[in-house]
Design a binder for this molecule. Sequence first.
Ligand SMILES: *[C@@H]1O[C@H](CO)[C@@H](O)[C@H](O)[C@H]1NC(C)=O
Ligand SMILES: *[C@@H]1O[C@H](CO)[C@@H](O)[C@H](O)[C@H]1NC(C)=O
Ligand SMILES: *[C@@H]1O[C@H](CO)[C@@H](O)[C@H](O)[C@H]1NC(C)=O
Ligand SMILES: *[C@@H]1O[C@H](CO)[C@@H](O)[C@H](O)[C@H]1NC(C)=O
Ligand SMILES: *[C@@H]1O[C@H](CO)[C@@H](O)[C@H](O)[C@H]1NC(C)=O
Ligand SMILES: *[C@@H]1O[C@H](CO)[C@@H](O)[C@H](O)[C@H]1NC(C)=O
Ligand SMILES: *[C@@H]1O[C@H](CO)[C@@H](O)[C@H](O)[C@H]1NC(C)=O
Ligand SMILES: *[C@@H]1O[C@H](CO)[C@@H](O)[C@H](O)[C@H]1NC(C)=O
Ligand SMILES: *[C@@H]1O[C@H](CO)[C@@H](O)[C@H](O)[C@H]1NC(C)=O
Length: 529
Amino acid sequence: MGRGQQMSIWDIERTVVSTPGTETRNIYSHRRLVVVAILTTFVPFVIASSYLYYTTPDASTEAMLFFQRLKEGKTTSSFVNATSQSNPQVEPKNGDSEISKDTNQAEVDRDSAEDVIVEDVDPKDVATLESKNPTFPGVNVSEPHLEGPEENITSILMEGHGLTNTTNSNNRVGCDLIKGSWVPDPRPPQYTNSSCRYIQGHQNCMKNGRPDTGFLHWKWQPEKCDLPRIDAQAFLNAMRNKSMTFAGDSIARNQFQSLLCLLSQVEVPDHTYNAPDDRDNVHVFRTYNFTIAIYWSPYLVHVEDKDITWPDNKTQSVAHIHVDKLDRAWTDRISGVDILQVSTGQWWFKRGLFLQGGQVLGGHICDGWKECEKEIGFADPYRTAIHHLLKDSLSIPGYTGTTILRTFAPDHFEGGAWDSGGRCKRTTPGGVPIGPLTNWMYEIQQEEFKNITGEASESEKQRIRLLDITNLAQIRADGHPDVYMKFQPFANEKKQLPQKDCLHWCLPGPIDTWNDLLVESLRDAVFGS
Ligand SMILES: *[C@@H]1O[C@H](CO)[C@@H](O)[C@H](O)[C@H]1NC(C)=O
Ligand SMILES: *[C@@H]1O[C@H](CO)[C@@H](O)[C@H](O)[C@H]1NC(C)=O
Ligand SMILES: *[C@@H]1O[C@H](CO)[C@@H](O)[C@H](O)[C@H]1NC(C)=O
Ligand SMILES: *[C@@H]1O[C@H](CO)[C@@H](O)[C@H](O)[C@H]1NC(C)=O
Ligand SMILES: *[C@@H]1O[C@H](CO)[C@@H](O)[C@H](O)[C@H]1NC(C)=O
Ligand SMILES: *[C@@H]1O[C@H](CO)[C@@H](O)[C@H](O)[C@H]1NC(C)=O
Ligand SMILES: *[C@@H]1O[C@H](CO)[C@@H](O)[C@H](O)[C@H]1NC(C)=O
Ligand SMILES: *[C@@H]1O[C@H](CO)[C@@H](O)[C@H](O)[C@H]1NC(C)=O
Ligand SMILES: *[C@@H]1O[C@H](CO)[C@@H](O)[C@H](O)[C@H]1NC(C)=O
């Protein structure tokens, strides 16, 4: 089974969203499929969230120990049951088998996990659900506020914290674009659900009925300069006869769609290519002869999905990740491309086997499958992959453009995990401290970026940039769809509690700022000055 066939919530979207306006009905008629898809999509978050609430693992050994504890049920958080009851021998239920073969879910106790999601919960009982699953020990997140008096916004301006001084050298002289704060901005967003056709159903918060709009009225204010909004007309003019490509996962697509929304206010591009599985897309702005494309490559390196064998000889398909070999899904398609944005993150938290030079290094979440002789965690393999990504992108045949690595995008589940009442109900920026896992991924990216640019020639240095969004995204817990990933989630009280998305971002929303920052960080490459 190919990686492209790996089940995710986006496959579901593809299945059901083809007829606009019918997604709700269809989703319900595909209930089981959706449940499995949700499990697949959110399992990384379960693992990720669990990290966030424990001591920072600063080495892969600690990651290994963490997962060991998780497996043995020695950790105490409420979601441990969903994972520690993991039983590799659980037989997938009929009807699920085709999907489950390809996921980490074979080991999840389907009954209990499914119950959490599909039991009919009165939306009013969210609070009850949350109280059944209290916040995790040692965590001190402030209560999110869904209602209540208007905030005194001057008191909640959030400073971008931590890890500054890390931007690349191509920013405007003397201005660190990532050092700043979110400040109130009365301007309307640059597009709406009505003026942009590229907003995916799950991120269309306006259409889905999100009641608050305050989250649309903030701008990122660097300390020493302004970050201008993208000027779509100027950008398209500057990109005449040029091309830009994104490679990555569903968060990359989220940002890509934001950019399409911003640019399509000037001209609606031709959709010239749509891969059969909808994961690769090419759009051409005819007036400008500007091509913009996205290719699905969640790890950015080469991955083969191959069967692994459990002690009882049952098999499961698991990603075999070649950390030193870039994924041809995008490298084969960037000849002549001027700007390439790459990003990879959450997929590394899943079960996997890592290879370098064709030799097995070890695995992640081993739990006793035969091919995994050594648990090595994902941090070192991730580091190696980022290293190769940056270095090897300089010598991809035919590619002489500028590569920009978008840093790790944090999630914001609060008050629980994705399946235990975790929500993102905030309506204003702020509040959520950077989690150890986010910090960890972010530091790896920064360190490898420094390492590669530290050894690169002057001209090579110009070709590698960092789009550093981690800190500014960290303090926008208000920017996610939460339950508004579904259309009118509270319309029918008899329906189950809607699934929450606290990882992807509403469009329009703070992710639009990533594109402002993208253009600003590439100002010289785009505008030649
Ligand atoms: C895990 O499940 C068992 C039995 O199902 C229950 O007694 C225990 O409290 C659960 N643990 C947590 C942390 O929820
Ligand atoms: C949580 O925050 C409160 C109020 O800010 C503080 O008094 C308390 O000590 C904190 N608890 C922990 C475990 O940090
Ligand atoms: C808002 O907060 C700021 C800073 O804490 C304070 O100086 C100001 O008086 C507050 N304004 C109102 C209307 O409460
Ligand atoms: C960041 O930059 C400021 C001034 O540019 C400098 O004083 C400070 O030491 C730097 N911090 C780090 C961690 O490099
Ligand atoms: C956009 O969202 C509003 C609700 O905020 C809705 O009334 C309108 O029909 C939506 N338009 C489209 C084209 O989805
Ligand atoms: C774009 O390409 C066309 C055809 O090659 C050429 O005539 C035109 O001058 C180019 N425009 C720019 C701005 O490079
Ligand atoms: C469009 O741009 C490409 C380079 O990206 C160039 O080769 C081609 O000639 C241009 N076509 C037109 C019609 O300008
Ligand atoms: C698994 O297969 C091996 C070799 O085919 C066999 O020796 C072993 O008994 C099998 N184990 C189980 C639990 O069936
Ligand atoms: C980059 O990393 C390699 C391998 O860890 C190391 O030998 C080298 O000194 C580093 N270079 C810089 C500039 O940090």
